[in-house]
Design a protein around this ligand. Structure first.
Ligand code: A3P
Length: 374
């Protein structure tokens, strides 16, 4: 590659000199200069990693507002097989490049990872964890969006949209990295799969509410596959045809890993957070080895209520809505924040069929779920 580059530079230098020999041939010089810039840029782009190329293209589209014009909803999830043999269901085939890099991603001993099936309460937990690790500094939390305080492992950097893998790679060595992920355990960095690294917090949510929340999220996010009607979406959810796969596989694998890694993992349900937010903040601070005062615990619990977070522009994703990637007219990100909203969506027959399927698929699980508000 280097040799081609040298030949290419010499070639253009030669042509440039020739052009200078013929006085007045300005047009020729300009054409050569422009061609040179274009070829150099093309060669430079060719040497980039696919995920960096993706960032470049995405930034270009977002800056010019092209994303609003060219973004097309995929009809359904794409199935890809990664080099480690794991099959993944992704919103788009393009994302597979990112996942290959995720597998190679180097963990650090003080990393903090918030891992969830999408719509289980990730944002909520991100805010709680960040505040615990930053002495309940609610002012600082309000000054920067969660997208700027965390890196989203399976995404790439896109200015004004969020920080992805590249930001995590460049994160200052002396600072704790805050990592968010919805990946199933089998797609996490190889280093993290083989042994515990840093601390991981997992949030799970009862599948009926999780499915409802995911349905509305699909309606809102234009880059996600077509949700169809509620009934069609529910069928796909039950069949596991969701971005990053089946709720059942996702949750059961993390629960299994938690049994083996209790020292480095914290496992909590959305429903428990709802029932006892303050108690959970206290237990989480202990897990994260942070000594907080009662006043600080109170401040975090107050800051992290649904009412407070839905009004807070650092946590309610209004910044992303401005880019056109989230369509708030279809649904808000901070939608209802309740346990039991599934009752407003499931028909009696859908609920009965779901319960039967749930009973069957979880009959061996030791993990239990709450479907009713406390
Ligand atoms: P609903 O769609 O049911 O309202 P995630 O962050 O994983 O995408 O999850 C989003 C879900 O968590 C949404 O659920 C959102 O309203 C809810 N949520 C976010 N912050 C919350 C909070 N402080 N209290 C309760 N629910 C919250």
């Amino acid at each position: 590659m280097r040799l081609i580059f040298r030949i290419y530079i010499l070639f253009w230098c030669g042509l440039f000199i020739c052009s200078r020999i013929q006085p007045g041939d300005m047009l020729f010089t300009i054409v050569i200069a422009v061609a040179s810039v274009v070829v150099t840029a093309a060669l430079w782009i060719k040497t980039m990693r696919p995920i960096d190329r993706l960032t470049l293209v995405a930034n270009f589209c977002f800056k010019l507002g092209l994303n609003r014009v060219i973004m097309r909803r995929p009809k359904q999830v794409t199935e890809v097989e990664l080099t480690n043999g794991v099959k993944a269901l992704l919103p788009s085939a393009m994302m597979a490049h990112g996942l290959e890099e995720v597998l190679k991603f180097r963990m650090r001993p003080d990393d903090i990872v918030v891992a969830t099936y999408a719509k289980a309460g990730t944002t909520w937990m991100q805010e709680i964890v960040w505040l615990i690790c930053n002495d309940a500094d609610t002012k600082a939390a309000k000054a920067a969006t969660l997208g700027k305080r965390y890196g989203f492992l399976e995404t790439v950097d896109v200015t004004d949209f969020g920080q992805g893998l590249q930001t995590l790679e460049k994160w200052p060595k002396h600072q704790t990295r805050f990592i968010k992920t919805h990946l199933p355990f089998e797609l996490l960095p190889n280093e993290l799969q083989t042994s515990p690294k840093g601390k991981m917090i997992v949030v799970v949510r009862n599948p009926k509410d999780n499915c409802v929340s995911f349905y509305h999220f699909h309606r809102m996010v234009k880059g996600l596959p077509e949700p169809g009607t509620w009934s069609e979406f529910l069928t796909k959810f039950c069949a596991g045809r969701m971005p990053f796969g089946s709720w059942f596989d996702h949750v059961s694998k993390y629960w299994q890993i938690y049994q083996e890694r209790k020292r480095s993992m914290y496992f909590v349900s959305y429903e428990k957070l709802k029932r006892d937010l303050k108690g959970e903040v206290r237990r989480l601070s202990k897990f994260l080895e942070k000594n907080l005062t009662e006043d600080q615990i109170d401040a975090i619990a107050q800051h992290c209520t649904f009412g407070s977070m839905s009004k807070n522009s650092s946590t309610n994703y209004t910044d992303v809505a401005k880019t056109g990637a989230f369509e708030f007219k279809a649904s808000k990100f901070m939608r209802k924040g309740e346990v039991g909203d599934w009752k407003n969506h499931f028909t009696i027959n859908q609920s009965k069929a779901f319960d039967e399927m749930f009973e069957e698929r979880t009959k061996d699980w030791t993990l239990k779920f709450e479907f009713e508000p406390a």
